[in-house]
Design a protein around this ligand. Structure first.
Ligand SMILES: *Cc1c(COP(=O)(O)O)cnc(C)c1O
Length: 387
């Protein structure tokens, strides 16, 4: 039956305009296709977008940015990093890249973001850092989390893969007192470069380390300390670095996507509001909103079936697909994934909120190219699927 659905409404779609296409073609014709002037411009545009006074380092994925961030903080074997179980595996895998151990905590039912009280309970003498996730584009309680981190001398790296643009207490994510913030430009994120990410920091030493490790551990500044006449071919390897640089092809997209970020957010917020209104009265819990006065990026529209719903989550999703509606689950919590579950002896009882949400959650399609008719079609399909 699924194959007979001619007009499938996907879960997510990027919006790429002529500006992006022209810029990419220009990069291709220029002959400079890897990291170069476009990547540099994207970095400086991004720093300006956040209000300046910080460094933006373009990378080829948010995962790469998260890895570089932890590496530059000096996280290593024997260290613990506290994060949420209710996230994508990339948030936690980077901790293992460095031989450190993630300590998973539950989420706050009101925000689906990391539970700050649970973080406080999880701190041990080995704890070095905390990675909050701005789930679905709603900011975590950064004010309390940053205060807790300061009190215990812990680093904070925000996984802001969902959070462009999102605000917390009126300030854009990326501009808070965290040590590092990392954004994602993966295909389904609020802005995209196909694959890509941006590491943001106010710490010049941390930025320097991340830039060196982004490209093989190459340091071109070393020579300049001794002479201003460093030959163009000279470089020094100061560490076994990574290959995490962003290409100018990707950056060409990013330059124009960034200009549209606020307009995209407004479209997404409009679609979320349409859903909120249309789903009222149905056995569906609508997503947490931003705190009063704050911006929600609306990367995802994450619903939950209530106890009154006459259908299981799995059957509900099957029925939506049968009607040609793409949807998704955010997330299968990490405590249920074999690697994390078995390595760290995790059980559902340790994460009651995340577990409960997982069993009922469905993310509905939300992207800027959706029309009001598309939203109405999803809502009609939801009503059918509820039975
Ligand atoms: C998408 C995502 C990432 C990884 O982003 P990439 O750019 O694909 O590496 C990390 N964390 C979260 C929460 C994400 O949704």
């Amino acid at each position: 039956m699924k194959n007979s659905v001619v007009n499938f409404l996907p879960f997510a779609l990027p919006e790429i305009g002529d500006e992006e296409i022209t810029e990419v073609v220009q990069a291709l014709r220029s002959g400079w296709v890897t990291t170069g002037p476009k990547a540099k411009q994207f970095e400086s545009d991004f720093a300006d977008y956040l209000g300046g006074g910080l460094e933006a380092i373009a990378v080829n994925s948010a995962t790469a940015g998260l890895h570089l961030g932890l590496e530059a903080m000096g996280i290593g074997s024997g260290d613990e990093v506290i994060t949420t179980t209710h996230t994508f595996t990339a948030t936690a895998e980077v901790i293992r890249y460095l031989g450190a151990d993630p300590v998973f905590v539950d989420v706050d039912a009101a925000t689906l973001c990391i539970d700050v009280d649970a973080v406080a309970r999880a701190i041990t003498p080995r704890t070095k850092a905390i990675i909050p996730v701005h789930f679905a584009g709603r900011s975590a309680d950064m004010t309390r989390l940053l205060a807790l981190a300061k009190q215990h001398g812990l680093k904070v790296m925000e996984d802001a893969a969902h959070a462009l643009p999102t605000t917390c207490d009126g300030r854009l994510i990326g501009t808070l007192e965290s040590d590092v913030t990392v954004f994602s430009f993966y295909a389904n994120k609020t802005i995209t470069t196909g694959e890509g990410g941006m590491l943001v920091t106010r710490d010049p030493e941390l930025a320097k380390r991340a830039r060196v490790m982004r490209l093989h551990g190459i340091n071109r500044d070393a020579f300049d300390r001794f002479t201003s006449k460093a030959p163009s071919w000279y470089y020094e390897i100061v560490a076994p670095g990574f290959k995490y640089n962003m290409t100018d092809i990707a950056a060409s997209m990013g330059i124009h996507q960034l200009k549209k970020a606020n307009a995209f957010q407004q479209k997404r917020a409009h679609i979320a509001a349409l859903y909120d209104e249309a789903l009222a009265g149905l056995p569906i819990v609508r997503p947490p909103h931003a705190a009063a006065g704050d911006v929600h990026s609306w990367h995802l529209y994450v619903t939950q079936l209530t106890d009154e719903a006459q259908v299981s989550r799995d059957v509900f999703i099957e029925r939506l697909f049968a009607q040609g509606i793409g949807c998704s689950v955010h997330y299968i919590p990490l405590h249920l994934q074999p690697y994390w579950r078995d390595t760290y002896k995790l059980t559902p009882e340790m994460f009651p909120v995340s577990q409960r949400v997982f069993e009922r959650t469905v993310s509905l399609p939300l992207y800027t190219r959706m029309s009001e008719a598309d939203v109405a079609r999803v809502v009609a399909a939801v009503k059918v699927a509820l039975g």
